[in-house]
Design a protein around this ligand. Structure first.
Ligand SMILES: C[S@@+](CC[C@H](N)C(=O)[O-])C[C@H]1O[C@@H](n2cnc3c(N)ncnc32)[C@H](O)[C@@H]1O
Length: 294
């Protein structure tokens, strides 16, 4: 039929052209038994109490009892790494996973159905290498999140001149130097958000770029940000444009100096941040008020 787009069928997910695509055979395979999306977790959205709109709270996000269930549309965050930064405790791996799991369980509770969580993590150490991203994935799935993808953030252009390559020019014990981090993407309950009356703000160029699974932009300077492990505003900016509508609510349960909040404000979204350190909360509030005045 003239003008009709040809329908393709999935034989595997390495195919490049997937317009007009019928994937039903793929999803009915045994691989997807017990792995269905769109499970029912209720679809009502609650209102954020006005005293918590566009605020940063100085408290642990292990308990967000000031928030009702199902009121946030997106969480973007980077957790503490438990590596000896000024705000880190010295936790065992099991205790550390328990801390993150407690926070991400609260994130799950306060996200609306179809809400997304984007978790920026790096892996740690060499002897042996600790695959933190795989622990986060396992724990998020255990909480009930559906995984949507894994973005590799290529920080190569701003990577320091690390020489921690183990044995120089020898197979004795060479080490890899990570020039990437992950942004792990999850949904609560449903893959989609109801879009009918809500306004997207992403441009065509941004959409084409941000839906690719490798992102490339420089890291943020700790000195400039006044925090030992900030992410650049570009990171939450991309997640916000891709996963929220104008006026949506964006949560950062480990908000540091407020990079997610700044990105939300710039994009016309509301924000709520949590951090246990008053000095970071104060810096975040200063950044936000500067942003508000521009
Ligand atoms: C990797 S930093 C986040 C930096 C942030 N993305 C930024 O750009 O500034 C992790 C933050 O989590 C905070 N933190 C640690 N434990 C916390 C907890 N239980 N609840 C809330 N914040 C916590 C730390 O103080 C630290 O600022």
């Amino acid at each position: 039929m003239a003008g009709r787009r040809k329908t393709t069928e999935t034989s595997n997910f390495g195919v490049s052209k997937r317009e007009g695509h019928d994937s039903s055979k793929f999803y009915s395979r045994k691989l997807y038994y017990n792995n269905k999306g769109d499970v029912s977790v209720g679809s009502a959205e609650n209102t954020v109490p006005p005293e918590y709109v566009d605020r940063i709270l100085c408290k642990s996000s292990q308990n967000m009892n000031e928030l009702p269930d199902s009121c946030m549309h997106l969480a973007v965050t980077s957790p503490p790494y438990n590596v000896g930064k000024i705000y880190d405790q010295d936790l065992t791996l099991a205790e550390y996973r328990q801390l993150l799991k407690a926070v991400f369980s609260e994130v799950f509770r306060v996200l609306v159905t179809g809400g997304r969580a984007c978790v920026n993590v790096a892996n740690l150490g060499r002897k042996p290498y600790l695959p933190i991203h795989s622990y986060v994935i396992a724990d998020m799935l255990d909480i009930g999140f559906l995984m949507r993808g894994e973005i590799i953030w290529n920080k190569g252009s701003s990577a320091g001149a690390s020489t921690a390559w183990g044995s120089w020019q020898s197979a004795a014990n060479p080490s890899l130097r990570d020039t990437h981090e992950y942004i792990l993407v999850f949904s609560k309950g449903s893959f989609s958000h109801a879009a009918s009356t809500r306004q997207d703000t992403i441009s065509k160029e941004e959409f084409l770029s941000y839906t690719k699974s490798v992102w490339e932009f420089p890291a943020e300077s700790a000195t400039k940000a006044g925090h030992p492990a900030p992410f650049p505003v570009e990171l939450p900016h991309r997640c916000i444009q891709l996963y929220t509508f104008r006026g949506d609510f964006v949560l950062d349960p480990f908000c540091g100096v407020g990079s997610t909040c700044v990105a939300a404000l710039k994009a016309g979204r509301h924000f709520l941040g949590y951090d246990t350190k008053q000095e970071y909360v104060d810096s975040a509030l200063r950044r936000i008020s500067k942003e508000d005045m521009t």
